[in-house]
Design a protein around this ligand. Structure first.
Ligand SMILES: Cc1cc2nc3c(=O)[nH]c(=O)nc-3n(C[C@H](O)[C@H](O)[C@H](O)COP(=O)(O)OP(=O)(O)OC[C@H]3O[C@@H](n4cnc5c(N)ncnc54)[C@H](O)[C@@H]3O)c2cc1C
Length: 392
């Protein structure tokens, strides 16, 4: 059978791949999207608790991690949250802002997938789902992709197969295999936006499974004020997922359990209420079980009147920078995203095209650009998809 000829072949029908294909198709390009899954956008469907947190109004380049922190700037500036909102509204999808600029569908994430599929149809994009890609080669300025019993060729190939987080829904490290095949550089991939695990020395906190509190968590220069959740394995909740993207093995993280307290608050409390205990004071601001564990860990169970000012000051400092030593993360099985990936060093920040191998493009999570929790990763998928969609 003769190979089918296209202007570009997009590997991966996630947010980045579908958006890129739709944009290019509507520019009159003849586009094929190939995905091994039997339906598109599986991560979109499970995102945002089924409502898809599709963008964030606070999108700025400093909310993305990458070995080159400036790389995302160009694509993010040319396709903004307002552009995606306009698309969502054109499709009459109702949405709302939940918190911290995070936009969700009122209805279902399915609406976002349906919208992207409608946009692909408007660009006459060909779709091939449910077949493994068995070969990708490049010769005579054309890429050749074999999948199922078909072969397609094109002068442009877009890698949009994402990262390996959540393998049970079909995520793979295929992007890295292609990158290695074409000798593109990789930045060591690692699970990000992932729960952290605690070791045996911090077992006491595991008894708090299910307890959550608003904290400030810090790791190096990164800091987030959001909810933290204790689990039977360690630490989760938005604050911990955020900090996990910055955390590296053997680093400690600091937690401020009472971020709104002014320095000296415990000494002041001792003067005002000498008969009260630290646990009672903490219990007024934090969940009861957490207050109990913290007071017992500090060894301050008697009335404040019996505790020296120096010890109260030390307790205050400990509560403002409680040091945890995570033993690891829950890994790719539980990670919302993969940090690292195909290096940006050899890609054009304007078109996402490889500098070494013209015609090869990388978009979305496959590459070394990772957003914060809260709609940033989809905004990167849309923006990078749009940039490549303009170029292919
Ligand atoms: C549980 C969960 C919730 C999330 N919620 C949010 C959220 O609310 N907001 C947000 O911004 N981000 C969220 N994310 C992150 C977001 O889903 C991803 O960053 C985004 O989907 C990346 O888009 P992508 O197109 O680059 O990759 P993907 O969406 O992963 O798409 C890659 C596509 O490639 C296909 N593929 C993979 N391997 C192969 C192969 N070997 N052959 C052929 N095809 C292949 C896959 O089937 C998939 O369709 C969430 C992630 C998870 C796991």
């Amino acid at each position: 059978m003769l190979p089918e000829s296209y202007d570009a072949i997009v590997l991966g029908a996630g947010g980045a791949g579908l958006h890129c294909a739709a944009i290019a198709g509507q520019r009159g390009r003849h586009i094929l999207v190939i995905d091994h899954a039997n339906e598109p956008g599986k991560k979109i469907l499970i995102s945002g608790g089924g409502r898809c947190n599709f963008t964030n109004l606070g999108t700025t380049p400093d909310r993305f991690l990458s070995a080159n922190p400036h790389f995302a700037r160009s694509a993010l500036a040319r396709y903004t949250p307002a552009d995606f909102i306009a698309l969502v509204e054109r499709h009459r999808i109702a949405w709302h802002e939940k918190t911290l600029g995070q936009l969700f569908c009122d209805g279902s994430a399915r609406q976002i997938v349906a919208m992207l599929m409608d946009e692909c149809a408007a660009g006459s994009v060909d779709l091939a789902f449910g077949n493994a890609i068995t070969d990708v080669t490049h010769a005579d300025a054309r890429f050749r992709v074999t999948f199922g019993n078909r072969t397609a060729t094109a002068p442009a190939l877009v890698i949009a197969t994402g990262g390996p987080s959540i393998p049970k829904i079909g995520a793979t490290d295929f992007a890295y295999a292609i990158a290695r095949h074409f000798r593109l550089k990789l930045v060591e991939p690692r699970p990000a936006l992932v729960p952290l695990t605690l070791g045996v020395d911090e077992l006491l906190f595991k008894s708090l499974s299910g307890v959550s509190a608003e904290v400030v968590v810090r790791c190096g220069k990164a800091a987030f004020r959001e909810a933290a959740l204790f689990t039977h394995r360690g630490l989760s909740g938005p604050a911990m997922l955020q900090i996990s993207s910055y955390w590296r093995h053997s680093q400690a993280i600091d937690v401020d359990f009472l971020p709104d307290r002014a320095p000296g608050w415990l000494k002041d409390a001792k003067r005002a209420r000498p008969r009260t205990t630290l646990q009672k004071l903490l219990g007024a601001a934090l969940p009861e079980r957490l207050a109990e564990v913290l007071a017992s860990r500090l060894g301050l169970e008697s009335e404040l009147a019996n505790i020296t000012d120096a010890r109260l000051l030390a307790a205050e400092q400990a509560l403002a920078a409680w040091c945890f030593h995570p033993s690891g993360t829950e890994g790719f099985a539980k990670a919302e995203v993969t940090a690292g990936g195909i290096s940006t060093a050899e890609l054009s920040s304007k078109t996402l095209e490889s500098v070494k191998l013209p015609g090869l493009y990388v978009i979305g999570e496959a590459m070394d650009v990772t957003g914060w929790l809260g709609g940033y990763n989809f905004q990167w998928a849309w923006a990078s998809g749009w940039a490549a969609g303009q170029a292919i």
